[in-house]
Design a protein around this ligand. Structure first.
Ligand code: ZN
Ligand code: ZN
Length: 252
């Protein structure tokens, strides 16, 4: 569900029970629940503490009784059950695996689950976006690279459910870094068409991101050469990733 200017609040339900992820705006979720009176919100997953992901928590918990599961390392504006890597959360037949993915914030986590008969789902908050990655507010480039490597190792048909519709601006930067990437150029045209119809570009498969996202491709010869040309100090995986992230920060 779209919220604010470019957030998505993901909602998953089985006709009786629902979970939501990063509800920055309670009203969006309450409207949906009012339109689906047979569905009860029982679980809220939180990836990190930023207000656009957490401002709806207290009201939703109070009005629905849903339990909040979030990063054990971070303080949220409502009481929560803190979780971290290697913990699992059972939810109506799904087995959510928690991954520590620091970088955007120090305690950022992600949730991944296999879904019977469907592709696995990844809720990755502001760590991985289509065509990009989160800004490094609290973590180091080395941490973010390690976090993205962890996400990139998940099954390739995983559906990436990121928390922002940043795809077109990310792809503009990706094309500047990696102009000869045919898959990137094809994907860009598809995303332009979706956005012209006000449709989301997400979710997107992890295999697509492996092919087009410069932050998952920072070790490729095309991306690393482009970074090195701009910043001669980019000499290894971490300095190349750091220079790529710094380039994106300045890119207009
Ligand atoms: Zn954030
Ligand atoms: Zn955000």
């Amino acid at each position: 569900m779209p919220a604010f200017t470019d957030n998505y609040i993901w909602l998953l339900h089985n006709d009786r029970h629902a979970l939501v992820v990063d509800p920055g705006d309670a009203a969006v979720v309450l409207d949906w629940l009012a339109q689906h009176p047979t569905v009860q919100l029982d679980t809220i997953l939180v990836t990190h503490h930023h207000a656009d992901h957490t401002a709806g928590l207290a009201e939703l918990a109070e009005k629905t009784g849903a339990q909040i599961h979030g990063p054990v390392m971070e303080v949220l504006p409502a009481p929560q059950h803190g979780v971290q890597e290697n913990e699992r959360l059972a939810w109506h037949g799904l087995d959510w695996q928690v991954l520590d993915v620091p970088g955007h914030t120090a305690g950022h986590i992600a949730f991944w689950a296999e879904v019977p008969g469907q592709a696995p789902i990844l809720f990755c908050g502001d760590t991985l976006f289509s065509g990009g990655c989160g800004r490094l507010f609290e973590g180091t480039p080395a941490q973010m690279l390690q976090s993205l490597d962890k996400l990139a190792a998940l099954p390739a048909h995983t559906q990436v459910c990121a928390a922002h519709e940043y795809t077109l601006s990310n792809l503009k930067f990706a094309q500047a870094v990696d102009p000869d990437n045919a898959a990137l150029n094809t994907y860009h045209r598809a995303c332009v068409q979706l956005r012209e119809q006000s449709l989301p570009t997400l979710p997107v498969s992890l295999s697509n991101e492996q092919a087009i996202n410069p932050f998952l491709r920072s070790r490729s010869s095309a991306v690393s050469a482009a970074v090195k040309q701009r910043d001669p100090l980019a000499v290894d995986d971490v300095t190349t990733f750091a220079a790529l992230r710094a380039w994106k920060n300045e890119f207009k």
